[in-house]
Design a protein around this ligand. Sequence first.
Ligand code: S5P
Length: 239
Amino acid sequence: MEDKKSNLCLSCDLSTTSEILELADQIGPHICLLKLHIDIVTDFEYSFIEKLQHVAEKHNFLLFEDRKFADIGNTVVHQYRDGVYKIASWAHITNAHTLPGESIISGLASVGKPLDRGLLLLAEMSSANNLFSAEYTSKTVDMAYRNSDFVFGFIAQQHLAHPTESKDMIVMTPGVNMGSSGDSMGQVYRTPDLVVKEMGCDIIIVGRGIYGNSSASPAQRASMFQLAGWKSYLDRIQP
Ligand code: S5P
């Protein structure tokens, strides 16, 4: 983030490997992180991962698989390590729901920690009328701090502090756009300024705001989000 002056994560929800590689290369200079849903890729082959890693190294960004694990410990071990995608072998970061209880974290940690991976917990979501309650969020924060050798932050809509721990965790925030308040399927958008400066989030996760319909190119849009996100971040930490 510091090297690139960017707190922008691209949510690259495209369905072919060529589209993903092309967009990643175009907007690579503007992002610190690229988030994928690898299971929506229609022509996946493991060689794609090597190509993506090459682009990530060229532009100095990390890879985040938005897998939202939500099963018992033993099952998530296999989902994270095995199968077609072998997520743990390439995704620096992944995320999990805490609904199944803390054993989901120990299951994922048994695979991810030896590989130096990190986990985000879903503490809140951007979608309208979701079922996340204040109690669920605060229990998720507790779980994160109890497992801070592997969990380093949250997917959330605001800064989340622990009542007694002074160390901070990172907050990555989806549902960010400029000039749109949502989509027809429940997504709710807020601006970079609102989420970073007012709500205390650290990283903005932007998908269709960058590659959706617009007269500007994805690189121009990404540059706009990079500048807006970073300015809001500096405004907050150095008022
Ligand atoms: O609360 C959430 C959590 C996530 S990870 N709301 C979200 O929208 N997401 C993800 O962020 C979602 O799965 C999608 O990949 C991305 C938002 O995409 P956009 O096109 O609406 O910016």
